[in-house]
Design a binder for this molecule. Structure first.
Ligand code: ADQ
Length: 460
């Protein structure tokens, strides 16, 4: 076992804090931040990340007992490293190429330069033998860069999004540099077994890794452990919300305000082309037409949080979603009773869980997703064990949630037929499936996940 006194340094694209209206720092909401905070406080350590606006450098400061170490980005860095290479090259490529990834050498140069800055900052603040945990696709070069600077620290890496199959990854002009970057870690962890195996295949083909076992690759005279570590949610937090009087009232109000339709179907996502919002709306449209259903029978609530609005593809995705909402309502709404309710905004946790409680059917239909926490949040919120989860087989969560109704989001007819099945499912089957789903999701929460990842890193 390693030394328990080792501090933890988290390295992620964003710092876990934001500035409130009064100009004071506050901790950002979110599962990852709340899972890592107790570990950082317990061991001591720091979080290295971008403060979130170009040209801003607050330096080093403390929020809620956690040391924050800013990595500043210029407007050019934000364009090349963040909007460019991270979100217009890697994001679509790693999500099965559902949109064509763009390859630009200037973006790559910016990615290398910014990764070097993150690695340099982590190297300068880590103590001897500390644990450094690097997160996600924006920082895949950091492990090897950090190892070159600080061979004494233990380095872990977790990828929140999918790792693509080798046939797809091989398109990337910088495939060797990326795999070598990741192989600089002692432990490289993924959401699913398939992602881990995909990485191992690419690491062997392009990164010079060897060894018959994908869980233990040899590279540069070291062993690199590769594993699956599916992320969970704050189970107790969602349970507490779902059983609170306020949230129950919000759920009741939501049903009343929609005129108490027989069934309410829900979608909750960041507005992203990978999430399949448009295909699920088409499936709903098909069901309304085929079954001659009106808004008194079934209504759809889509909550979409704005995301990456500066990127043209995201603007197009938003336009397509809003065009479909308009079309479906034009054809199916009655005065004062829409068929689709559409909110383009972030909602409070109470309203979010209120919507989970109000919804008879939850549609989570990404074309590709690393895990998808919304699916898990719905399941944990359904404390009365009713409700139906329709889940894309291309979400990482489907590896664990086999008792959902699994769908292929490229097949609108199949999704429509599955939605009909969900709308008609009797309560006994709902309960049987939901109980099984709840067993899986509650068996390991995001705190267990963080502990497990860390103990893998501590083991020599
Ligand atoms: P995301 O792509 O952001 O995360 P997801 O896992 O669904 O996707 O998490 C989204 C979070 O935002 C959820 O906690 C959800 O409740 C919240 N959210 C969504 N819409 C909202 C709204 N309108 N208002 C308020 N909150 C909203 C990436 C990967 C995922 C992976 C996670 C964690 O793409 O596959 O599961 O990281 O590893």
């Amino acid at each position: 076992m390693g030394n328990p006194d080792r501090r933890l340094v988290v390295v992620a694209n964003r710092l876990p804090v934001q500035m409130d209206e009064a100009g004071q720092w506050e901790t950002s909401p979110g599962g990852l931040v709340s899972a890592l905070a107790p570990l950082l406080k317990g061991r001591g350590g720091a979080w290295v990340g971008w403060p979130g606006s170009a040209g801003f450098d607050p330096g080093e400061f403390q929020v809620d007992g956690i040391d924050q170490v800013a990595v500043p980005l210029s407007a050019e860095d934000e364009d090349g490293f963040y909007h460019g290479f991270s979100n217009a090259t890697l994001w679509p490529l790693y999500h099965d190429g559902v949109r064509p990834p763009e390859f630009h050498r200037t973006w790559w140069a910016s990615y290398v330069e910014v990764n070097r800055r993150f690695a340099g900052k982590a190297a300068s603040i880590a103590g001897r033998g500390d644990l450094v945990w690097v997160h996600d696709y924006q920082l895949q070069l950091v492990p090897a860069m950090l190892r070159a600077l600080r061979p004494d620290v233990r380095i872990g890496f977790f990828l929140h999004i999918p790792f693509p199959p080798v046939e797809l990854f091989s398109r990337l002009p910088w495939r060797s540099a990326i795999t070598e970057g990741l192989l600089g870690a002692d432990v490289v962890a993924f959401q699913t077994r398939k992602d881990a195996q995909n990485f191992a295949a690419s690491a062997r083909r392009f990164g010079g890794a060897t060894g018959p076992d994908w869980r233990r690759l040899s590279h540069d005279g070291r062993v690199v452990r590769v594993d699956r570590m599916p992320i969970g949610i704050d189970v107790a937090g969602f349970h507490a919300l779902a059983t609170s009087d306020e949230v129950r009232r919000i759920a009741g109000d939501l049903r009343r305000h929609t005129g108490n339709p027989r069934k309410l179907v829900l979608g909750v996502d960041r507005l992203d082309y990978t999430k399949g919002i448009d295909v699920r709306l088409r499936a709903f449209q098909t069901v309304l037409e085929r079954e001659s259903l009106g808004p008194e029978d079934v209504q759809f609530l889509q909550i979409a949080v704005p995301s990456r609005e500066a990127v043209p593809l995201y603007q197009e995705t938003r336009e397509e979603v809003e065009r479909l909402v308009g079309q479906i309502n034009g054809e199916n709404a009655r005065a004062g009773r829409p068929a689709v309710h559409y909110l383009y905004r972030s909602v409070d946790p109470e309203d979010l869980v209120g919507a989970y409680l109000a919804a008879d059917v939850m549609m989570v239909t990404p074309l590709r997703d690393g895990m998808n926490l919304v699916a898990k949040e719905y399941v944990v919120s359904r404390v009365d064990e009713t409700g139906v989860l329709i889940l894309s087989e291309f979400a990482g969560a489907s590896e664990q949630l086999g008792q959902a109704l699994l769908v292929n989001p490229h097949d609108v007819d199949q999704m429509a037929a599955t939605l009909v099945r969900a709308l008609e499912m009797d309560e006994a089957e709902q309960r049987r499936r939901m109980r099984a789903l709840r067993r899986v999701v509650t068996s390991s929460d995001v705190f267990d996940w963080a502990e497990k990842c860390l103990s893998m890193l501590v083991e020599e």
